[in-house]
Design a binder for this molecule. Structure first.
Ligand code: FPP
Length: 241
């Protein structure tokens, strides 16, 4: 789908880097996983806040290709949390008409988790409400590398003429090929970095960096940031008309 032109209204697609779970837990003298559990509860509330905020696509960064470097305990805890979360929430997503998709490198994830991801995608494939995309084992550079590999195979197999490759070609090979580009990217916890998230897709996005730690990020703050969107001129490099 690619670039969404600004229609002068709110953002159609909001992407969130949910950061600060670990610090939130540490501040309370609890293990980091306690923060991830609290963070998972917030995900549901923000998904539920989307229709009222006019947000049709929500993409959240749950686990990056770099997150494997965390301790074995934390990685295993997060994988268990994802499995339980998907299993538990699947039916409510159907009820709430939420279409779930996953982006990221699936072969790098365990079979049980992958089966649950497939099941959630299948089960919600006819849902027409909020489009929730969960980035799991996702890295922007990794995604571009995997897309390039697929593109190169098509050239090799005679399905793609290299001379025809332009800016519209690569997005068709990205994990996000059926999604519009994000209009607004939010990162919580006071870090002003994009950490390899949706690198190609966010070329024209607005960014909001807020100090709130993810487990404290409320639907009210989400609505405020969404409402603020477009306050700055967004011209895609052109001139204001
Ligand atoms: C960043 O906080 C958060 C993560 C790496 C995991 C994100 C996961 C969740 C919000 C849990 C649930 C998500 C789903 C989809 C069920 P951090 O650990 O980097 O925090 P820190 O910077 O304070 O250490």
């Amino acid at each position: 789908m690619g670039k969404t032109m600004d229609q002068g209204s709110g953002p159609q697609h909001v992407a969130i880097i949910m950061d600060g779970n670990g610090r939130w837990a540490t501040q309370r003298g609890r293990p980091r996983l306690f923060g991830h559990h609290a963070g998972a509860k917030r995900v549901r509330e923000i998904v539920e806040a989307c229709p009222d905020a006019g947000v049709k696509y929500l993409t959240i960064f749950a686990f990056s290709t770099e997150n494997w470097k965390r301790t074995q305990v934390e990685v295993a805890g997060l994988m268990g949390l994802f499995r339980r979360y998907i299993f538990k929430e699947m039916q409510s997503f159907v009820k709430e008409n939420v279409r779930v998709r996953f982006i990221g490198d699936r072969p790098g994830l365990d079979d049980k988790l992958r089966a649950l991801m497939d099941e959630a995608e299948d089960l919600t494939s006819n849902c027409t409400g909020t489009n929730l995309t969960i980035a799991l084992n996702y890295g922007g550079r990794d995604e571009v590398a995997r897309a390039t590999k697929r593109l190169a195979r098509d050239v090799r197999d005679g399905k793609l003429d290299p001379e025809s490759v332009d800016e519209e070609t690569l997005p068709r090979y990205l994990d996000t090929r059926v999604l519009p580009d994000p209009d607004l990217v939010i990162r919580t916890s006071g870090e002003a970095r994009i950490s390899n998230f949706l690198l190609w897709q966010s070329a024209y996005a607005e960014y909001e960096f807020v100090d709130t730690l993810w487990p404290d990020f409320s639907p009210a703050e989400f609505a405020r940031l969404v409402g603020q969107y477009g306050g700055r001129d967004r011209r895609f490099g052109g001139v204001k008309t």
